[in-house]
Design a protein around this ligand. Structure first.
Ligand SMILES: Cc1ncc(COP(=O)(O)O)c(C=O)c1O
Length: 437
């Protein structure tokens, strides 16, 4: 098979040049050491993405997760096209967003009420603010290595350079006021003992605990989420699940349904907007009432005004996506193809005698180049990042696109796509082994 990537076309070179002239680093903000595609997306169809040099990629990036049906799914495209005739935004409640709210309440165990946002970052930010308004306390506990988007609270100890003692946070961005750091406590994921100590020491100041039920691609060890639920219930601290990735992916009811642990609040995004900008805060009515404008004169009220809140086009795409996901056999299909690819990935790299840990869920997973078990952020530091960057590049050159540290699965991936990907992984593994020897 070998490298199949065609050389850059003039059109693509021009676009890249224009991007560099007009946008910082020519990027959208999503580049990283492990994720540098060097191409411009031309279009997406089903499981494939195409660039401006006429290259086709089997897509496991999927727009960073929303495109679980694959690109331009006919039901989503036609629902959106039909709705466009009716306008694109109104600032007031509309039929698609009301129907979507009802569908979310039916599907997601903790969702008694829904407040829409336009991104996952905004949803996690609002979850934390709602928890603070409800509990009348300031501090939020998050987990080291957990990613909740790019708001000031979320960007604490995501990829810290210094391993401070818990619960001290390390700020992960320029421009965040020092005062924010004083309101965020950090705990190690999957470590109930340390978390329990931090919560016991700080429960009087804690407004909420936020966690990705599967942190990045690290799955929760047995009893971790349940233990977190018990601890937060004991001290009456709202537990927030960030389900931006896991919502409608792990199961129709999200990770809370899949793992059987129900939080008080959850942040949603990605799949529920069908590839359009949409997020949501969902949760218990008792907490969600902080958004009720009849409380406007009280200190508890949380105003959440947004020009595109409840956008009907995004809601239409979301509804069409969820209708497809409800079809019998959809989750089985998604999990089966994920399981096939995940097992093959592990087997191929093991056979090539490259030390790896393949971790994650069948719907979203990846490889860490290390012989050490991976359970939390600090254990991920044993992994060889340059090996991952090389692996990603070898796949890309052969027509497989993935996120920096994630294979996202879709229901559009065919058995042929999976087989071709397996063959390409085998080639990449061979090449990596040759450089290791
Ligand atoms: C777990 C998690 N939370 C929040 C976000 C932020 O969502 P958005 O990119 O829509 O702002 C992301 C984005 O990837 C995410 O993975």
């Amino acid at each position: 098979m070998g490298v199949t990537r065609k050389p850059q076309s003039e059109k693509e070179r021009n676009l890249l040049g224009k991007a560099l002239r007009n946008m910082p680093a020519g990027e959208l903000g999503n580049g990283s050491a492990n994720f540098d595609t060097g191409f411009i997306a031309r279009e997406g169809r089903g499981s494939k993405l195409y660039d401006f040099s006429d290259n086709e990629y089997i897509d496991y990036l999927l727009g960073s997760g929303p495109m679980i049906l694959g690109h331009s799914h006919p039901s989503v495209t036609s629902a959106v096209r039909d709705y466009l005739e009716k306008g694109s935004t109104y600032f007031i409640p509309n039929a698609p967003i009301i129907e979507l709210a009802e569908e979310i309440v039916k599907a997601v165990p903790c969702a008694e009420l829904v407040r829409f946002t336009t991104s996952g970052t905004d949803a996690t930010f609002q979850c934390m603010r709602a928890a603070r308004a409800y509990r009348k306390r300031d501090k939020i506990l998050k987990f080291e290595g957990g990613f909740h988007g790019t708001n000031d609270y979320a960007l604490q100890s995501v990829t810290p350079k210094n391993l401070l003692s818990f619960p001290d946070p390390e700020v992960g961005s320029g421009g965040i006021p020092k005062a924010i750091q004083e309101t965020v406590l950090i705990s190690p994921y999957n470590d109930l003992e340390t978390t329990s100590r931090i919560i016991a020491d700080n429960h009087n100041d804690l407004a909420g605990v936020i966690v990705e039920p599967m942190q990045r691609i690290l799955t929760p060890i047995n009893g971790f989420l349940k233990g977190l639920r018990d601890l937060t219930s004991l001290y009456e601290i709202p537990l927030i699940f960030d389900e931006v990735v896991t919502g409608f992916r792990f199961a129709y009811g999200g990770a809370q349904d899949y793992y059987g642990v129900i939080p008080d609040l959850a942040a949603l995004g990605k799949i529920m907007g069908g590839g359009y900008p949409l997020g949501a805060v969902v949760g218990r009515a008792e907490i969600m009432k902080v958004y009720d404008s009849s409380l406007a004169e009280t200190g508890e009220f949380v105003p959440q005004i947004g020009t595109l809140n409840g956008n009907p086009i995004a809601a239409t795409a979301g509804l069409a996506t969820l209708a497809e996901m409800r079809k019998p056999g959809t989750y089985e299909k998604l999990r089966n193809s994920g399981q096939t690819l995940k097992s093959a990935l592990e087997e191929i790299l093991n056979q090539a005698e490259i030390p790896v840990q393949v971790v994650g869920d069948d719907t979203v997973f990846d490889v860490y180049f290390t012989s050490q078990p991976i359970t939390d952020y600090r254990s991920t530091l044993s992994a060889d990042n340059s090996a991952l960057a090389k692996f990603n590049k070898l796949l890309l050159e052969r027509g497989v696109l993935k996120a920096g540290q994630k294979f996202y699965m879709s229901v559009a991936h065919t058995p042929e796509d999976i087989q071709k990907t397996v063959d390409i992984i085998s080639e990449a593994a061979e090449e990596m082994r040759a450089t290791l020897v």
